[in-house]
Design a protein around this ligand. Structure first.
Ligand SMILES: [Zn+2]
Ligand SMILES: [Zn+2]
Length: 191
């Protein structure tokens, strides 16, 4: 385990405050990322304020994460320290249900593990998100980010951006149809 710093809500009606907590050291399939930027999604506000009535406190929000890899587990072949990497809304799933086997982990039948507010597979423990200095995630849920992009602009792609992109991707199969979508996202600097 190692100590991270972040911002946490400790109740529905308190401000986010500096918060120190422990993360696991990378397991064999894990990637450790030093977070450079984390977008601010409105879901973060709903969750911090317990507006969906399921918040586990302390709550460290943030699921639009981009940063640099600092450590990898022994079985990780496709990331190395120094690589840019990103994490979105999920950090794990059951891996065995029909949806997971089809690469649709967001529909995981027993339920996926959110980047924050858990539950961690197997233990049911809480998870802590990207308003923090580092995150450790199984490489299956880590994305590559090309060098040379504006990383502050990359962060919101991990939730708001992909939500906007998905209907367009689906629409590609129906060329006679036109589609449009819009989304709002803001990114916050984490230094
Ligand atoms: Zn979001
Ligand atoms: Zn599943």
């Amino acid at each position: 385990m190692f100590t991270c710093t972040g911002y946490a809500a400790t109740s529905a009606d308190t401000r986010l405050e500096p918060f120190a907590f422990e993360r696991r050291d990378p397991r064999a399939d894990d990637v450790e990322i030093e977070i450079v930027y984390c977008g601010v999604c409105h879901s973060d506000l709903h969750q911090a304020r317990n507006e969906w009535r399921n918040t586990l406190y302390p709550c460290v929000p943030g699921h639009e994460i981009v940063g640099r890899v600092t450590r990898v587990g022994a079985e990780v072949r496709d990331f190395k320290p120094g690589d840019l990497a990103a994490v979105g809304c999920m950090v794990d799933s059951c891996r065995t249900c029909t949806a997971c086997r089809e690469g649709l982990e967001q529909y995981c039948e027993p339920g996926f593990t959110g980047t924050y507010n858990g539950p961690e597979q197997g233990t049911g423990a809480n998870t802590f998100g990207g308003y923090s200095s580092h995150i450790v995630v199984d490489r299956h849920f880590v994305l590559h980010v090309p060098e040379g992009l504006d990383l502050a602009g990359v962060a919101p792609l991990l939730c708001a951006g992909v939500t906007t992109w998905s209907p367009h991707a689906a629409g590609v199969r129906a060329p006679a149809r036109r589609s449009a979508s819009s989304g709002w996202a803001a990114s916050a600097i984490w230094a």
